[in-house]
Design a protein around this ligand. Structure first.
Ligand code: SAM
Length: 172
């Protein structure tokens, strides 16, 4: 199974709080190992670690990664920058071979260096939409759909059911 990291560029704590939280939670749910966020945001870290504490897994979050260009340059795997200007997601995935992948998503306007440092600039359709949607579709296709079968073994576990809610909570 591939080791996947997500890098969130240009997070503005006041404005992007919910969307960046959703980027992190989608990354976790679709099987990524962790997320790096360029701006320091202790509240975002607390929120995401709270979900990991309850729902399990070993997802990591680090904020304040200001030297993101260096991080992209030195990453020892393939770097995928999600952008509506890129190549078709399926064409990119068929060319990918590394077991380690860094997926870069923007918030505000993405600096040109991100396009240059990426191994692949990848579009999930060439229309503007959302970093959460783009990340989810990309990770799902990369894992061939299998990422959603991952077991998290958390304190809180949801038991799939046809109707209603079935939840096991070890702390109750
Ligand atoms: N206006 C910004 C710009 O021009 O760079 C982008 C704003 S967009 C809401 C935020 C992020 O969503 C982008 O940086 C990109 O990572 C992702 N995104 C939006 N649409 C996408 C698409 N069609 N394919 C891939 N990624 C997309």
């Amino acid at each position: 199974m591939r080791e996947i990291w997500v890098l969130r560029l240009g997070h503005r704590p006041a404005r992007d709080k919910r969307v960046t939280t959703h980027v992190a939670l989608a990354a976790r749910a679709f099987g990524a190992k962790g997320i790096l966020v360029t701006t320091k945001d202790p509240e975002l870290e607390r929120t995401v670690r709270g979900v990991v504490g309850r729902f399990g897994g070993d997802f990591e979050i680090r904020t304040g990664v200001e030297k993101w260009k260096e991080f992209m340059r030195q990453f020892d795997g393939e770097v995928v920058h999600l952008t509506m200007y890129g190549i078709h997601v399926d064409d990119a995935i068929s060319r990918m071979s590394s077991e380690k992948v860094l997926v870069v998503v923007g918030a505000d306007k993405v600096p040109p260096e991100a396009y240059q440092l990426a191994t692949f600039n990848v579009a999930v359709g060439n229309q503007p939409h959302s970093e959460v949607a783009a990340l989810a579709v990309f990770l799902d296709r990369l894992a061939g759909g299998g990422g959603l079968r991952k077991e998290f073994r958390g304190r809180v576990r949801i038991l799939p059911c046809e109707r209603g809610k079935r939840v096991e909570d070890d702390s109750e």
